[in-house]
Structures are given as structure tokens and as C-alpha cells.
Design a protein around this ligand. Structure first.
Ligand code: G
Ligand code: G
Ligand code: MN
Ligand code: NA
Length: 250
């Protein structure tokens, strides 16, 4: 209850939440393709809190809905300031089921003058087993936004679900990427290769997450992932700093 009150105050009275952006890099051209929006809580006493510390409370209390709209708005504003950039925003189950989601996405695109294809919405594969979610994703795609399946390969869905979301980006969970450069990485290589093959057949793009070392980058490239994300390619940083840095990128 205390953290919930804290959260409410931080959101409505103190403006303590901020959006950080982490680069998504086109692995063919090495150019900046997009950025994932990651929320942080600049807590006055506890310093910078990562989502692991407050997301479950936000989700259970429903505060994730207004917090999510704040993230959406800041993410769209940042993307609109960087020519061609795609911004990717995470959606929790509660957000997906909020009746205001689709109209609010449409409002934000209009308000920030952001073309719909430059907004991507990330859901985890677990929510794909729910028909209601698929309906919402179809409505979002009808607006023209992109959809990404986050943390793919570790959840409760199956490869079969991928057919239900044409055009999606598939973000391979970082647990598959972490072992790619080790001697024991054979199974992970097999798995990533298989995912890329399935994705290609279905017309989906593959994003490799959690790239920390050059050997992992080389491996995901060779295995055919088209977009990369991870500390090697860039850490999350405050949206304003990201926008400034992107302006001076080659
Ligand atoms: O950096 P990291 O600790 O930021 O993120 C941890 C988790 O929090 C990720 O799984 C990510 O999907 C989730 N997350 C980060 N930002 C948001 C957000 O704005 N909304 C939702 N629903 N989840 C987020
Ligand atoms: O939404 P998702 O769970 O994919 O959120 C991405 C999470 O992964 C965030 O917590 C982000 O900070 C984290 N992350 C991003 N790049 C790396 C990386 O290279 N290594 C690790 N361990 N975590 C990363
Ligand atoms: Mn994500
Ligand atoms: Na992820």
C-alpha cells in the first residue's frame, strides 16, 4: 500500500517518472533504426528505480495505465524529434485491456505528428494466447503502428501464435543471445537460427536482445537477425540526451 501511495504521488504530483531510450540498430547498415522506451522512477530517497521495483505494483493497482500514457506521450515526442526513428513502447496486460488504449495511441500520433509506422508497441508472447489481445493488436495495426513480440521464446506461447500477428517484429529473448559466444552456445545457435527461419517464412523481422559482447553481435548477424539491441550497441539514456546524441550521429 505504501509503495502504491508513493507511486500515485510520484506520478500525479511530483513528476518523478522519466523515459529512457535504448538504441535499436539495423544490423545490415549499422545505422540507428529505432529506440525502446524504458520507464524509470527518479525516487527522491532511493535514487533511480528500475521497473522491476515498481511495475508489478503499478500493474496491480492499475496505475500502469496513466503511467503508460505518460511513457507513450514522451516516447512519441522524442521519436518525432529524430528523423525516421521508430520508437518502441512496452504494453502490459492491463494496458492492453484498457478501452482507452487505441484512441489514446491515435491521439498521440496526431498530437506529435508522428507517422504511425514510427511507433511500435511491444507485448510479451504470453498475452498472445488471449483472443481479446489479438483484437486490440489488430486495431493498432489498422492505425498503422508496428507490433513487437517481446522476450520471445521463454513464455507460454508457441511458434504457432506468430501466425496471428502478421508483420510483427520478434524480439528474441536475451537468454538465447547470452550464450551465443560460448562453447556451450550450440543449442542457442540452433534455436536462434530456427526462429529466424520461421520468422522469415512468415514475413516477420527478428530483433536480437541483450547483445553485450562483439562475439554475440557477430553471431546474431551471421544467424540472420535484422535488428540488434543491447549494452554493446548502447545503454538506455534519458530521452532528451538520446535526442541530442542522435542529432550528432553519423
Ligand atoms: O531496463 P529494464 O529494467 O528497464 O526493464 C525491465 C522490464 O520493464 C522490461 O521487461 C520492460 O518490458 C518493462 N518496462 C520498461 N518500461 C516499461 C513501460 O513503460 N511500460 C511497461 N508496461 N513495461 C515497461
Ligand atoms: O522489455 P524488455 O524485457 O525486453 O526490456 C529490456 C530489458 O533488458 C531492460 O531491462 C533493459 O535495461 C535490459 N537490457 C537492455 N540491454 C541489455 C543487455 O545488453 N544486457 C542485459 N543484461 N540487459 C539488457
Ligand atoms: Mn521490451
Ligand atoms: Na525484451
Amino acid at each position: 500500500v505504501r509503495i502504491e501511495q508513493d507511486l500515485r504521488r510520484a506520478l500525479y504530483r511530483r513528476g518523478e517518472f522519466e523515459v529512457h531510450l535504448q538504441p535499436l540498430v539495423d544490423l545490415e547498415s549499422d545505422r540507428l533504426w529505432g529506440a525502446e522506451a524504458l520507464v524509470r522512477w527518479r525516487h527522491p530517497a532511493q535514487g533511480m528505480l528500475l521497473p522491476g521495483r515498481f511495475l508489478s505494483v503499478a500493474e496491480e493497482s492499475g496505475l500502469i495505465v496513466p503511467l503508460g500514457y505518460l511513457v507513450l506521450s514522451e516516447a512519441c515526442a522524442a521519436a518525432a524529434a529524430i528523423p525516421g526513428l521508430v520508437v518502441s513502447v512496452n504494453l502490459s496486460p492491463r494496458q492492453i485491456h484498457d478501452p482507452g488504449l487505441v484512441p489514446t495511441v491515435a491521439d498521440n500520433l496526431a498530437l506529435h505528428g508522428l507517422p504511425a509506422e514510427r511507433l511500435c508497441l511491444e507485448v510479451t508472447e504470453d498475452v498472445l494466447v488471449d483472443d481479446r489481445t489479438i483484437g486490440v493488436l489488430e486495431d493498432l495495426r489498422a492505425l498503422g503502428t508496428r507490433v513487437a513480440i517481446d522476450d520471445f521464446g521463454v513464455g507460454a506461447s508457441s511458434l504457432k501464435q506468430l501466425r496471428r500477428i502478421p508483420g510483427a517484429l520478434v524480439k528474441i529473448d536475451r537468454s538465447f543471445v547470452s550464450g551465443l559466444d560460448s562453447d556451450e552456445g550450440h543449442d542457442d545457435r540452433v534455436m536462434v537460427k530456427a526462429l529466424v527461419t520461421v520468422a522469415e517464412q512468415l514475413g516477420l523481422e527478428v530483433v536480437a536482445e541483450g547483445i553485450e559482447r562483439p562475439e554475440q553481435l557477430a553471431a546474431v548477424r551471421e544467424l540472420g537477425a535484422s535488428i540488434g539491441q543491447g549494452w554493446l550497441l548502447g545503454h538506455p539514456q534519458r530521452a532528451a540526451a538520446f535526442v541530442t546524441a542522435a542529432g550528432s550521429r553519423p
